[in-house]
Design a protein around this ligand. Structure first.
Ligand code: SER
Length: 342
């Protein structure tokens, strides 16, 4: 055991040096888990544009579409299978891990044991993996990591959290575990707390996803029934800003970072405000409101997110405002519907 440990620690030190060298000479080799969730495909496209097609490996347990498969490296990876993950890191000489696998807030409440396995046990695996192989690891957190006792307007970087969803609990756990591994083992753990991320890919079981579903329903059917009240304010961001934030933060030198976990946001709006802005592009549509259990989740989350620490430390600055977001979404959702029929 001691021998194994010393072999492993030598290996860790060597691979850390190796990944530092790589950054100055060659692009990093990046593995993305949960690749077929809301962010994976777009993130792979974005990072392949920056580091090259072969540098970014998308992974999931789901069979990809031909389009995703032909876009660049795609492999099977089960985040609950530690050995399998080790093999991938070794075989592909991975340097950075972007860990997207997670059940979101609303869907997590419907299957708590599964959310515990994916969000918590999965996190245990990837963080150990990152430690063993000296990887830089990015894990997204969320406005959902706050709860009814948190200040909501604005919500600072460091404050009371105590979320009431299993999703939020698992994300606080990930934040704390990552910080702990950073302080204890020097792991290069990086985490951004995202607001609702708005992209043209269909919604994936979140509470903020009304702001995606509204575009799909209005464009296809001319009406939308919203599960949140018209005045429910939540922080939001277009996927373009989210991926730029992720990429800029991943590249920021360690010396610039005073924290491992940062709030980031672009804007805050309510369903009513969003619908008002959509009228310019889509004059004829109907919106009705029927709040369900997701209202309680939204009411416990930040309304305005304070991301001043990210702005100060690594120059984060959003670019997409509400009008841009609506323009982009109308165009992108129309294209998606035309191409895929959903
Ligand atoms: N989009 C997420 C959710 O609503 C928030 O991180 O669950």
């Amino acid at each position: 055991m001691t021998l194994l440990r010393s072999i492993l620690s030598v290996f860790t030190v060597n691979s850390r040096k190796y990944s530092l060298n790589l950054q100055s000479k060659k692009p990093p080799k990046i593995l993305i888990t949960g690749g077929l969730g809301q962010l994976g495909v777009e993130c792979a496209k974005y990072l392949r544009g920056k580091y090259g097609r072969e540098s970014v490996i998308l992974s999931d347990i789901i069979k990809p579409t031909a389009e995703v498969f032909n876009d660049g490296p795609y492999i099977f990876a089960d985040i609950l299978d530690f050995k399998g993950l080790q093999r991938i890191v070794v075989d592909h000489r991975v340097d950075w891990l972007i860990h997207f696998s997670a059940l979101l807030s609303a869907i997590g409440e419907q299957n708590v044991p599964l959310a515990v396995r994916v969000n918590i046990e999965g996190m245990h695996n990837v963080i150990e993996l990152a430690k063993q192989y000296g990887l830089r690891i990015f894990v997204p957190s969320t406005i959902g990591a706050f709860g009814p006792d948190s200040p909501r307007n604005p919500t600072p970087n460091i404050t009371v959290q105590r979320p009431r969803t299993i999703y939020g609990v698992s994300k606080v756990h990930a934040e704390l575990l990552g910080e702990y591994y950073f302080h204890k083992f020097g792991l290069d753990f990086r985490c951004l707390r995202f607001p609702g991320v708005i992209s043209s890919d269909p919604p994936g079981g979140g509470t903020t996803d009304y702001a995606i579903a509204i575009f799909h329903d209005v464009i296809r059917k001319g009406r939308y029934e919203c599960y949140l009240k018209p005045d429910t304010m939540l922080p939001m961001m277009h996927v373009r800003d989210a991926l730029r934030a992720l990429s800029e933060y991943l590249e920021a030198p360690n010396e610039m970072l005073n924290r491992r976990v940062y709030n980031v946001t672009s804007m805050s709006f309510t369903p009513e405000e969003l619908a008002d802005r959509m009228v310019k592009h889509l004059p004829e549509f109907q919106i009705t409101y029927r709040p369900d259990s997701r209202q309680e989740i939204a009411d416990s989350w930040p309304q305005v997110f304070d991301d001043s620490e990210a702005r100060r430390d690594w120059n984060w600055k959003p670019r997409v405002d509400l009008d841009d977001l609506v323009t982009l979404m109308v165009k992108e959702v129309k294209e998606k519907i035309a191409a895929n029929g959903f």
